[in-house]
Design a protein around this ligand. Structure first.
Ligand code: SAM
Length: 271
């Protein structure tokens, strides 16, 4: 099966090899991907917590952030197949820059844009350090509470039962039993090691792919960052498309795919 790619300005196509494609583009305006073509979206968008990205302002007024979220979530809905799915990794809530119910708000927006709700996985990152403020220390006057977890909201476009694609699953019995328990325990990724301010570990997209897609499916990450989702695609024999607004992060993602994904690439050649 070949990845169907539209003719788009050459400068936006950053990398393409063995079923993996990177566009240096903006998810809000990109024309690179045809509607109704994606099997599974896996992504972690900017959280609006003042992370110093090269090419994105991560400190918008919350109302603006919600409008940005509505725009890209709606765009992703159009790009997804009828039986396509969406794994949305976001914080449960945040207190940096004011308390907000991020998970509740983005789930509501996703449902308003047409996505159907399936489940929420709690990701217990273990090494997360969210305890930047206590509020009123040892006093009930105004203490801060924060749950040191993130979530992966699972949504789908129209039908939960997946019928398109190869119908070949590659998940083991042990993985299936463990991962269908919706509390996942594994560590976050090191920013320093990866060289990006907010990477997630390859383990996260890899689990989502093996649980929710078939071998050979087309996976999209609209906020590619350092390329973790595409590394997981290479390692599991999925086709992957990543959109990233910043050229330096595109280069980082390309290098990671080539280095960390290459030993598995021969599998893709047979699809
Ligand atoms: C939370 S990071 C994603 C990290 C990624 N999951 C990883 O493992 O490295 C969000 C990324 O979205 C990118 N970004 C922000 N706005 C964008 C847009 N409109 N279109 C495409 N990418 C965007 C940022 O540059 C940043 O790299």
């Amino acid at each position: 099966m070949q990845l169907r790619v539209r003719a788009i300005p050459a400068e936006k196509l950053y990398f393409q090899d063995k079923g993996i494609t990177i566009y240096n583009d903006d998810i809000l305006t990109t024309k690179a991907i045809p509607n109704n073509s994606i099997d599974l979206i896996i992504t972690s968008p900017p959280y609006n917590v003042n992370i110093k990205y090269n090419s994105h302002n991560d400190e918008m007024p919350y109302s603006e952030y919600l409008q940005f979220s509505r725009d890209w979530i709606s765009k992703c809905y159009d790009l997804t197949k009828d039986d396509g799915r969406f794994c949305l990794n976001i914080p449960l809530d945040k207190n940096k820059g004011g308390q907000q119910s991020v998970c509740a708000d983005l789930t509501t927006i996703a449902k308003q844009t047409g996505w159907k709700y399936h489940a929420t996985i709690i990701w217990n990152e273990q090494n997360i350090s969210r305890r930047t403020a206590w509020g009123s220390w040892l006093s009930a006057s105004a203490p801060y509470v924060i749950a040191p977890v993130e979530v992966i909201v699972i949504l789908y476009k129209n039908r939960w039962k997946k019928e398109s694609g190869s119908r070949e699953s590659d998940i083991s019995k042990a993985e299936f039993q463990k991962w269908t328990n919706g509390v996942w325990n594994f560590s976050g990724e090191s920013k320093r090691k990866i060289g990006h301010p907010a990477p997630f570990p390859v383990e996260l997209p890899k689990r989502c792919m093996k649980l929710f897609s078939f071998v050979g499916d087309i996976i999209l990450d609209p906020f590619l960052g350092s390329g973790s989702t595409l590394v997981a695609c290479s390692q599991t024999g999925r086709q992957g498309i990543g959109i990233e607004i910043d050229p330096k992060y595109c280069e980082l993602a390309k290098n990671r795919v080539v280095k960390e994904g290459k030993i598995y690439q021969s599998r893709l050649e047979n699809i």
